[in-house]
Design a protein around this ligand. Structure first.
Ligand code: C2E
Ligand code: CA
Ligand code: CA
Length: 802
């Protein structure tokens, strides 16, 4: 299907699709840009987070290194201070002892209290002196100690050498102060018999203090001893030092206390202090073992070195919790931000796309009929404008065909709107397949379609198209949910050639359509300017009809019906006439369609039934048994009311139902064969007769006739007119009559105008005849005076009256 069919006009389509392409392109570009922005934000954010994390890690590492350096320096200086304290104590203790070599313990304690050594130095365990006691002096020394013990004696208050044993000399303390008496050395403790011995004598000989580790119980202690010489100064030579030697002043300290104090406030650090000078070699470590990868050694320049070990941040982001956290947070944040940007931006793009789609949809909806999908009035008008413009420019000719379904209102009324919609869709589909792709088909609303055709020269083209449409529409429609195939006919109005406005072409096509309807439907009319007057007249009639029934403007004419065999008057057909107040008598062909389309046919039909039955009853009362035939339109048959109306008319007139025939057309019955058949059976049940009017113009099918309670076939006058004109129509009449006879039905020939026709119909054994040859429709009075007067023949004489 071309653009012409499903979309906007070509120009609009082109412009629109260009526009759409531009819009789509712009939108895609925007989408790319936003995707880029999102990625950039992610990358920048991540890199930023990495840099920040790196910097934090590096900063922290620097900070860590700096604080490690500061901490280790602090530790070292604390230790240096502690050592300084020891040295101070040693110096002042040594000076006191040098000045009081034979002082009592009590005097020593006085001095110790004055210097508050234990209070000031928590690491200090005990301090005191040691003197060399030769084996020869041991017993005298022991006695003195037992008399004035300055330290615990052995059990039983005896002086006992610890460790026991006989040795050439001993090194015993004579004065001292102990922090904890329980762990203090007993009075008989021989310092020289411990590991300290060598250091003590080395110190005596060198004049320098000694540092040596030793164990008291389980505690590793540092023993510091310094030699004391007479006169308080260190003599120049070893020999002089030996001779001036008085003893040692020593302290015992717990390095762990110093080390712990030094490490206070530096968790995670470990420290070791080592002494190496002269013959001394001691090393102490703090209890906590930091798995440090970093160490700093400080030389205290007094033989001591302090080594601090600790962990220093390396500056690696992944090993640094803060930096790693920052990196992670930064990455997540930029992810979030990127996602947000992307979602917001694409959301906007999505929204724009949706709006675009929606706009497209709305545009389509605005220009297309929702039910059929065909262009609507707006789009058709636009197309006509282009068509007219092209025809002026290129000299082409265009035409609009207004296609309208006949009796569509009935479909809606009887089968419901859903079925009506399906029928319209089916009609649209059939139109599409019938026409060329270049033709435009649109729906104007309701059951009106428009076809636009265009060509170099149209000649008879619009008529040919109209004929094709009429032809394809004649085939029954099989609709879902509708049991029997549906027959629809169409009427078509054609307007061709140039017009000032698109609306003018449409209006003219509509006028032609109107007249096609008036001409009996299922046909087409080409617009001619004089038609407008016609249409005006119809509009006037349509308007005036509303007051006609109430205004008593209708009357019935009765056309006699004769038995063909002997031409006796056997019945009449009631034919309605309208006495228009200003226009005079108007024929039913002109106003019945108007009554049908306005629905007034129901009331008017009811009146006709009533009037005809009353008239027939009146004639019956005068002794003439005329069967009265009343035309019932499709619209009437579509309603249940018809049964009541007939019953009412019979009752009111007290006419024998057998004297009433109703005429229904094939097409009226076929519109909905099931309900029609049912209603006809109900009517038949009232005792009336049923005739099929205009027989032969519809389907004339044996199958449907068998289902209907029909008594008579009225063969349409077009066949009668054609008698003897062609062997074809003769054969057709023969078939139609034969059909009726096969079904056991009465046959009636309408519109008999010539004696030749009468002869021919006699040859076919047609039962009844009706036509101008025998009698025109007559007003009741004329009919009575001419045909029913008791002393007058019942066959027509002379010229029929009109
Ligand atoms: P119809 O049912 O086919 O009625 C016969 C029509 O043929 C009548 O036209 C009649 O005047 C005309 N006619 C009779 N003999 C001849 C003839 O020899 N030659 C020609 N050319 N015509 C002849 P009329 O009265 O104008 O009615 C036209 C149609 O109007 C009727 O066609 C019928 O379908 C409809 N009609 C008339 N009265 C009523 C009515 O009361 N109710 C309904 N629903 N329709 C009616
Ligand atoms: Ca009739
Ligand atoms: Ca007829």
């Amino acid at each position: 299907m071309s653009n012409n069919r499903d979309g906007a006009p070509d120009a609009m389509v082109g412009a629109r699709s260009d526009l759409d392409a531009v819009e789509v392109g712009a939108r895609k570009r925007q989408l790319r840009v936003w995707r880029g922005v999102a990625v950039a934000v992610l990358v920048v954010g991540t890199v930023g987070a990495m840099l920040a994390a790196g910097s934090v890690a590096r900063n922290d590492a620097d900070q860590s290194r700096r604080s490690f350096a500061a901490a280790s320096a602090g530790v070292a200086s604390t230790l240096q201070l502690a050592i300084q304290h020891e040295d101070d104590l040693i110096v002042s203790g040594a000076a006191y002892l040098a000045g009081n070599p034979n002082g009592s313990n009590a005097q020593f304690l006085q001095w110790a209290t004055s210097v508050q050594a234990l209070a000031r130095y928590p690491e200090l365990q005990d301090f005191g002196n040691a003197v060399v006691v030769p084996a020869s002096d041991l017993s005298a020394f022991a006695r003195r100690a037992e008399m004035h013990p300055w330290a615990p004696l052995g059990p039983n208050g005896r002086f006992e050498v610890v460790p026991p044993g006989r040795r050439a000399y001993y090194c015993f303390g004579t004065v001292g102060q102990v922090r904890n008496a329980e762990v203090g050395a007993p009075a008989g403790y021989d310092f020289c018999a411990t590991g300290l011995g060598a250091a003590l004598f080395a110190a005596r000989d060198s004049g320098e203090g000694s540092y040596a580790p030793f164990t008291v119980g389980k505690v590793l202690e540092l023993g510091v001893a310094t030699p004391i010489y007479r006169g308080g100064v260190v003599p120049g030579t070893v020999a002089m030092r030996r001779s001036a030697f008085l003893g040692w002043f020593g302290t015992s300290i717990r390095p762990d206390v110093i080390l712990d104090r030094a490490l206070q406030g530096h968790p995670g650090l470990a420290v070791a202090m080592a002494y190496q000078a002269g013959g001394s070699n001691a090393e102490f470590r703090s209890n906590n073992h930091a798995h440090g990868d970093h160490s700093a050694t400080t030389d205290l320049h007094n033989g001591w070195t302090v080594t601090v070990v600790g962990v220093v941040a390396t500056g690696g982001v992944l090993t640094h919790p803060n930096a790693f956290g920052l990196l992670l947070a930064g990455f997540l944040l930029s992810m979030l931000l990127a996602a947000l940007i992307y979602v917001l931006a694409t959301g906007r793009a999505r929204a724009l796309r949706l709006v675009g789609d929606k706009t497209g949809q709305l545009r389509h909806q605005a220009l297309h009929d929702a039910l059929s999908g065909l262009p609507n009035r707006a789009l058709i008008t636009d197309r006509i404008e282009q068509l007219l413009a092209r025809s002026r420019r290129n000299g082409t000719v265009g035409a609009a065909l207004f296609v309208d379904l006949d009796e569509f209102k009935n479909v809606n009324d009887t089968l419901g709107h859903a079925a009506g919609d399906r029928l319209l869709q089916a009609v649209a589909a059939r139109l599409i397949t019938t026409l060329r792709d270049v033709d435009t088909i649109g729906r104007m609303g309701g059951d009106e379609f428009v076809v636009l055709i265009e060509g170099a020269t149209l000649e008879r083209a619009p008529e040919l198209v109209a004929e094709r449409i009429l032809e394809v529409m004649r085939h029954p429609f099989e609709l879902d949910g509708v049991g029997t195939p549906m027959t629809v006919t169409t009427s078509i109005g054609i307007a061709a050639g140039d017009r000032e406005q698109p609306g003018d072409l449409l209006r003219d096509a509509d006028v032609a359509l109107y007249l096609a309807k008036a001409a009996g439907k299922n046909c087409y009319e080409v617009f001619r300017p004089e038609m407008e007057a016609n249409v005006r007249r119809r509009n006037t009639l349509d308007f005036d009809l509303r007051a006609a029934l109430k205004g008593d403007q209708f009357h019935l004419a009765y056309q006699p019906i004769y038995d063909l065999a002997d031409l006796t008057l056997i019945g009449v057909e009631a034919l309605i006439r309208w006495d228009h107040p200003t226009l005079g008598e108007i024929q039913p062909d002109e106003f019945i369609p108007l009554l049908e389309s306005s629905g007034q046919i129901i009331d008017v039909g009811r009146w006709v039934l009533h009037e005809a039955c009353t008239q027939a009853a009146a004639w019956r009362d005068r002794g003439s048994n005329l069967v009265v035939s009343v035309n019932v339109s499709g619209r009437q048959l579509d309603r249940d009311a018809i049964v009541d109306h007939v019953r009412e008319a019979l009752r009111a007139s007290s006419l024998d139902p057998a004297m009433l025939t109703i005429e229904v057309t094939e097409t009226a019955v076929m519109r909905n064969i099931d309900t029609s058949a049912q209603r006809l059976r109900q009517l038949k049940g009232l005792g009336i007769q049923i005739a099929i009017d205009d027989f032969g113009t519809g389907y004339s099918s044996l199958a449907y006739l068998q289902r209907l309670p029909v008594d008579c076939l009225k063969i349409d006058r077009t066949f009668i007119n054609a008698i003897t004109e062609s062997s074809e129509s003769d054969a057709l009449i023969h078939t139609l009559v034969q059909l009726g006879k096969d079904l056991g039905l009465k046959t009636l020939a309408e519109g008999v105008e010539t004696p030749g026709q009468v002869d021919h119909l006699r040859g076919e054994n047609v039962n009844e005849v009706q036509g101008f040859l025998l009698a025109r429709p007559l007003d009741p009075t004329t009919l009575e005076t001419q045909l029913l007067a008791p002393n007058r023949p019942t066959t027509p004489t002379g010229h029929p009256t009109a």
